[in-house]
Design a protein around this ligand. Sequence first.
Ligand code: ADP
Length: 284
Amino acid sequence: MPDKTTIAETTTLRDDCDLETVLAAWHAATVQLEQTHEALREEVRHLTDELEQKNRELARKNRLADLGRMASHIAHEVRNNLVPVTLYMSLLRRRLSEDPGSLGTLDKIESGLTALDATVHDLLHFTSDRDPRWQSFSLGRLVEEIVESLAPQLSAQSIETVLDVPADQTVRADRDMLRRALLNLTLNALDAMPDGGTLSVTVASTPRGVEIEVADTGDGLPDDARQRAFEPFFTTKCGGTGLGLAIVHRIIEVHGGHVTAANCPEGGAAFTLCIPTHALEAAA
Ligand code: ADP
């Protein structure tokens, strides 16, 4: 029979073991709790960042909507007032047909009015807020149409065109909107090559959708333009409206796609429109 001392020692030993196990379990639970707590904190940080980003995006969209309403109002007012001014101009031109000096002045006024009309036109496009009218059409034909319409300017500026569009490539999109987007990119490319160069339009079908790249061999995007090119009213051109790329951005956005701008390693700028497959399927 064990004596009392042995029993007491065994009991103390077991108590120590139990305490150690409890302490180890407590420690493990504490570590796990800390890890869970840190993971939760990380998740909250991530969700807060996401919320802030969404709030910023919403504020930007609201600002643009206000800006759009104001711009649309002004554009309509200006356009309405331009109509009688243009009419009086042609009357005046007839009366002054014998006076070359006055006719020269009239030409200057007229070119100012034409520039104003182009700005109003851009503003109205920027503010028009309609859903795309989906239809299937040949992308090659659309690109040819745009290049043909600019043939006199292309040849005056000695710009060569390289079109790489598969003959059977069709796309489902709003034709008028896509035409406007591609025309804006092409006109920018022409502006970037006043002394000649090459305009390339390349179309590729990828698993993500249809990608259309418009590239030039100009000086490329200046540093600030790389950050801000798609902002409405951002322009580095004397007489530019800064609305061309904002219109492109909006058009591609309503198609569920995206547009990117980059400088090519060999020089020049390239803009890529991507119309995603899911948007094409949804519209089918
Ligand atoms: P705008 O042509 O009236 O300036 P955009 O919105 O079309 O308005 O273009 C904004 C700016 O982006 C231009 O002023 C220019 O700085 C830059 N940009 C656009 N396209 C090109 C290009 N192909 N090459 C170099 N810079 C470009």
